[in-house]
Structures are given as C-alpha cells and as structure tokens.
Design a protein around this ligand. Structure first.
Ligand code: GLN
Length: 201
C-alpha cells in the first residue's frame, strides 16, 4: 500500500511541509507520495492532508471560492487524518478570535473542538523558538518555532492536550486531527511528521 499525502497549497509554507513529509516517509521506510493539492478533485483522492502555516484568513477565503474548503471538511469528517499547523490549526478550529481585534469573520472548518486565540504570543516581531515537550506522543524534546502563533484557549472534552507552554495549549489531538500552533516543518527533526504518517497508516 502506498500513502497519498497532500499538502494544501493555497498559501503559506507548502514547500517545507513537502520536504519534511518526504523525509519522514523515507526515515520510516513507508511508501507514499506527497504532493501539493488545491482542488476538490485532488483532495478527494488523499489519505491524509497537511494544512500548513501561513495566513488563515487568506487560506480560508481562497479555499472557500474553489470549493476545496468544503471537500476538506467532508474528507476529515469521513475520517481522513489531517495535520493543521498554525494557520492550519486556526482553519480546523471551531472558533477563532484575535487577541487584540477580537472576533473576526473568517471561513473556518469548524471540526476541531477548540477555541483559538490568534496572535496569542504577540505579533510578527514577537516570534520565537523554544524547546517543548510532547510526552504523550513520545517526543520528549522538540524545537518549537512560533511565528505569530495562535494558542488554544479552550479545549472540548474529546480533545487531548499534547503540549503546553506557559499555561497556553500549543498542540492537540482529536481523533484523526493533529494540530500545533508551532511549525514542525521548519526544524530538521521530522518526528511530528512521522507521528502524523503513522496516524494515516
Ligand atoms: N497569525 C497567523 C494567522 O492568524 C498564523 C501564523 C502562522 O501560520 N505562522 O493566520
């Protein structure tokens, strides 16, 4: 069996996720293809999808226009594993608001039972790196790269908290959905992508 993994390529750090996922497949010795996807037809054929970081309002609006947002929702509801990173996490969430501006109109998938605060650690200049730990998924040390990152301020009862930083929730899992506020594709350590591939397998 060969896995068909897509990186949603409307906007954001698509290339980095392609490379990290390919490396992770190689390191695991699992057969698969990783490609960029944009259209509902391409999304329909996937076994797993990565929603990369970028600008969630832009990704949301553009994917609403060509129908890909609806197809992603259908597929995830039907059980397809999804990994949402930063803006991708915002897209998956049930509710999102900005730390300063408050509630904004933006298209989101309403699948992950969390409330997200955008720009939770400050704005672009407040981006930072720090070591984090995800014991529950057996990744004890990982470099967390936070770029204008959101945080998760409320989690529903079916959501497992994987990591916290200073009382803020930064990684979660809910059945077939894995989501982080930091950027695992920007480090050379592909453990998070490996974990996601094992979710697909
Ligand atoms: N702050 C961005 C947003 O709200 C997310 C930043 C990122 O993906 N690095 O969409």
């Amino acid at each position: 069996m060969s896995l068909n993994i897509g990186v949603f390529a409307v906007q954001g750090d698509v290339e980095e996720n392609l490379v990290a996922t390919k490396t992770a497949l190689d390191e695991l010795g699992i057969k698969g293809t990783v490609s960029t996807v944009k259209t509902p037809d391409q999304i329909a054929k996937l076994d797993g999808i990565i929603l990369p970081g970028g600008e969630s309002t832009t990704i949301g609006h553009l994917s609403l226009v060509n129908g890909s947002l609806k197809k992603i929702k259908e597929k995830i509801e039907a059980g397809m594993p999804a990994m949402g990173i930063c803006a991708g996490l915002i897209l998956l969430a049930k509710e999102a608001k900005d730390r300063v501006v408050g509630k904004m109109e933006q298209p989101i998938l309403d699948l992950l039972d969390v409330k997200v605060e955008r720009n939770s650690f400050g704005r672009q200049r407040d981006s930072f790196e720090t070591d984090i730990s995800m014991e529950s998924i057996k990744i004890s040390k990982f470099k967390g790269i936070f770029i204008r990152a959101p945080s998760i301020i409320e989690v529903g009862k079916n959501v497992e908290v994987i990591s916290k930083l200073n009382e803020k929730t930064i990684a979660v899992k809910q059945k077939n959905i894995l989501a982080t506020v930091f950027h695992p594709e920007l480090t050379t350590d592909v453990s998070m992508h490996k974990y996601f591939i094992n979710m697909i397998k």
